[in-house]
Write a protein that binds this ligand. Structure first.
Ligand SMILES: Cc1cc2nc3c(=O)[nH]c(=O)nc-3n(C[C@H](O)[C@H](O)[C@H](O)COP(=O)(O)OP(=O)(O)OC[C@H]3O[C@@H](n4cnc5c(N)ncnc54)[C@H](O)[C@@H]3O)c2cc1C
Length: 379
């Protein structure tokens, strides 16, 4: 079995948005990079994602350090997209349009008011629209009593983002290997040695980044990921053809469903949050519930064809925060556990990981909450 010696390369395991953006950042710093991907680049959770950069609409109580990190990403997102689009000549359908969070009844409204109080309390912008305003601005919405507009939320097409990153990486000379699943990380008394692939091939490297999304903890030999530290949370998505004049032009959310329009007329309707391991099933119950909810808010969808049903696995860590930084095994780095926010967190993830690999990030208290050390097996 052929072995590859890539000791002058950074080896990245996993070619989703996290691995690709990190590869691109490193390559822009003139580092040699090789990515090994188990299947096809960009076809993991990244391909299933809605593409909401939902800083405000998706805020959760008590996620202070994550929120600060999300804000940093939003601050640089436009610049990141501009640089990437120039580097790849690929449009990622980045849109600066507010998310609309709708209330269908009094209960929704009360719950939403509590969220708005929290949002504005932590410095996010969110404001109520009354029924008349909703009718004027979003004429296809029905059964909505009030809604909250979140002007700092944006969106893009994650599949296009992955395509752009693939082109940008190739143009920068990143070595890209598909159909190459890593079985384990190799180390011995001298330290990190490389990886063993499922087909028995070995790749020798002395700097490795684990960015295998929901499957990161299935790779053997990573001290911090020896238990179920990162797990898959399944999300089912329905893709509808919205036609030449789609009924919505901005992201609409209710407590039970979201609808994300794309430039090409497709509308992504999602999504479930399910603890089903790596089962790829798309189920009748989930599709029924999502469609019913979506149809209640946007009845004009009634005649529109369903073009695809898909699911993906959010890589969720034990404490719900991403895992970013050096492992206790010298030379090994982790970039996983981005949960529901991997698209939103991509720009800063790439930058931080590139800084770690270049020895510039050590000891930054700002990112301490994400250190892999919190899952270390030895002190
Ligand atoms: C339904 C759904 C909707 C979502 N909506 C949003 C959204 O609107 N906004 C947002 O910010 N985020 C969203 N997310 C979350 C986002 O998609 C993820 O956080 C993000 O894609 C994670 O990127 P990743 O690169 O870590 O993982 P992935 O995209 O899954 O990439 C990991 C890659 O590693 C590869 N791999 C796995 N094991 C190995 C191995 N052993 N060897 C080599 N390669 C391996 C996989 O094949 C895969 O290509 C959503 C997720 C889902 C499922």
């Amino acid at each position: 079995m052929k072995s590859l010696h890539m000791l002058d390369h950074v080896l990245i395991i996993g070619g989703g948005v996290v691995g690709l953006t990190t590869a691109w950042e490193l390559a822009r710093r003139d580092r040699k990079v090789c990515i090994v991907e188990a299947g096809t680049f960009g076809q993991g959770a990244t391909a299933a994602a809605g593409g909401m950069l939902g800083l405000t609409a998706e805020v959760h109580f008590g996620e202070g350090d994550l929120l600060a990190f999300q804000k940093k990403n939003v601050e640089i997102y436009e610049e990141y997209v501009n640089q990437l689009q120039t580097a790849s000549d690929t449009d990622v359908d980045y849109r600066n349009q507010p998310t609309l969070v709708v209330a269908r009844d009094r209960d929704d409204e009360e719950a939403l008011q509590r969220v708005v109080d929290y949002q504005t309390g932590v410095g996010l912008r969110a404001h109520w629209l009354g029924a008349d305003e909703i009718k004027a601005r979003h004429p296809s919405l029905r059964n909505v009593v009030r809604a909250v507009a979140c002007p700092d939320d944006h969106r893009l097409d994650p599949a296009a983002l992955a395509r752009a990153l693939i082109v940008a990486c190739r143009r920068r000379g990143v070595k890209m290997m598909e159909d190459s699943a890593v079985l384990r990380v190799m180390s011995d008394e001298r330290g990190l040695r490389g990886v063993v692939l499922e087909d028995g091939r070995r790749i020798y490297a002395n700097q490795i980044i684990v960015a295998a999304g929901a499957r990161s903890a299935t790779i053997e030999g990573i001290p911090e990921l020896s238990g179920p530290v990162v797990r898959p949370v399944r999300g089912q998505i329905i893709v509808v053809d919205g036609g030449e004049q789609p009924p919505i032009d901005t992201v609409i959310r209710s407590p039970d469903v979201y609808l994300v329009p794309r430039r090409d007329g497709r509308i992504f309707i999602g999504s479930t949050m399910e603890e089903k391991g790596f089962s790829r099933e798309v189920t009748v119950g989930a599709v029924r519930t999502l469609l019913e909810e979506a149809w209640t808010i946007v009845p004009d969808l009634d005649e529109r064809p369903i073009i695809e049903l898909r699911c993906g696995f959010r890589p969720v860590s034990l404490d719900g925060r991403p895992i970013l930084g050096p492992s206790q095994l010298s030379g090994l780095f982790l970039a996983c556990g981005h949960g529901r926010h991997g698209i939103l967190l991509a720009p800063m993830t790439g930058r931080i990981m590139a800084r770690y690999l270049c020895g510039e990030q050590e000891g930054d208290p700002e990112f301490e909450a994400f250190t892999p050390r919190r899952f270390a097996t030895t002190p």
